[in-house]
Design a protein around this ligand. Sequence first.
Ligand SMILES: Nc1nc2c(ncn2[C@@H]2O[C@H](COP(=O)(O)OP(=O)(O)OP(=O)(O)O)[C@@H](O)[C@H]2O)c(=O)[nH]1
Ligand SMILES: [Mg+2]
Length: 441
Amino acid sequence: MFENLQEKLSKAFKSLKGQGKISEKNIKEAIRMVKMSLLEADVNYKIVKGFIAKVKEKAMGEEVMKSLTPDQQFIKIVNDELTKLMGEKTEKLKFVHRPSYLMMVGLQGSGKTTTAAKLSRKLKSEGKKILLVAADVYRPAAINQLEVLGEEIGVDVFAGDRKNALKIVEDTQELAVKKNVDCVILDTAGRLHIDEKMMDELESIKKMVNPDEILMVIDAMIGQDALTTAKSFNERLEVTGFVLTKLDGDARGGVALSIREETGKPIKYVGVSEKTDGIEEFHPDRMANRILGMGDVLTLIEKVEQSVDQEKAKEMEKKFKKAQFTFDDFLDQLKQIQKMGSLSSILGMLPGANKIKNLDVDESRLTRISAIIQSMTKKERKNPKIINYSRKKRIASGSGQPLSEVTRLLKNFEDMKKMMKKMNKGSFKGLKGISGGGFPF
Ligand SMILES: Nc1nc2c(ncn2[C@@H]2O[C@H](COP(=O)(O)OP(=O)(O)OP(=O)(O)O)[C@@H](O)[C@H]2O)c(=O)[nH]1
Ligand SMILES: [Mg+2]
């Protein structure tokens, strides 16, 4: 699924490559291409219109992130909006009551019975005791199908009198308590089209068991029509979420992108094979990444994270200037240095630090210094002045360093703070006089 959409979108992004910055003119073509690709993916027209308006607004109004090129920036905007469209966060199943009832509903052949088995297997593996109930008495082989699946995954299947769906559900209630199950999963009958009789029956079952979850199962291959059906089911039954099946097929994906916006209800799971382990939680962000091509988005996220580091660095610089630097900040810095693998970047942050020549840095000391700081209490890190002799002794033994090393770090740290104050006044005179080259490492 999504291959086509992926390909089209990547063309839209390419059209922005090499541009200096996003402008009304160069964005027009990219936006048009995004629009076409969504429509071709069978996303509802109204939803596409709203989506495009948001992307446009963001692309024009977005503060330019210096670390991103225009095409990357545009990908990020589309990625964020796609994620939002699909619901932003992952929605888990709710278990309010015990036993908790979960109803599978949907049209014929959508995958209710298969999904009931898949979910049972999953929940069982999470330690829940499950009872599967065959409340589909209309299709002759339906009960048998569920029984075979139950056998395969080792979950009990209850089918009562095998004749009357409401009676089966009624009898289930006592059994579920007696068996002390955590969750009852009800497989219900499907119809080719929505009809009153089916809806009435589903409503009666709902009333009887007060389910924590009513999951509507939708075949992703159906396309736009699925939305109308989903809306009717939701209006009648107040579904709690959707399971989109057959994502392993060549569905165009429009349903996945439209259903949340159309019904206000989340997709909770997706079916990815016919087998009983073919189910996955639905993560809007990951799905968006998948649509846009994982590689691109991951690179992008890295870049944004880097720029977050830069912001952190700016924050640090402020602290430097105000001489509010604590041992916690210092530890943060050490971690960053270790991540970057060199000291030059961190020293580069200090205005004027590049003027300090021959800075003698023993990199192996960084690890020892980290150990010392980590042996300090929160209070001590914030206010090293309280570190008296007995505290020093404790820190030394905690970090496995000689006492002299702790004393030296504390002294250098104090000196560094003094230096910061001087820097704040714009003076670098006197730096040389400070022990250890002015830095505690
Ligand atoms: N490839 C694939 N096939 C699926 C998936 N989910 C269900 N199927 C297949 O779709 C067909 C219908 O699935 P069922 O679980 O019987 O559907 P149902 O909604 O219970 O159908 P009725 O009981 O007749 O209403 C079966 O052949 C399943 O194996 C899926 O995620 N991927
Ligand atoms: Mg079925």
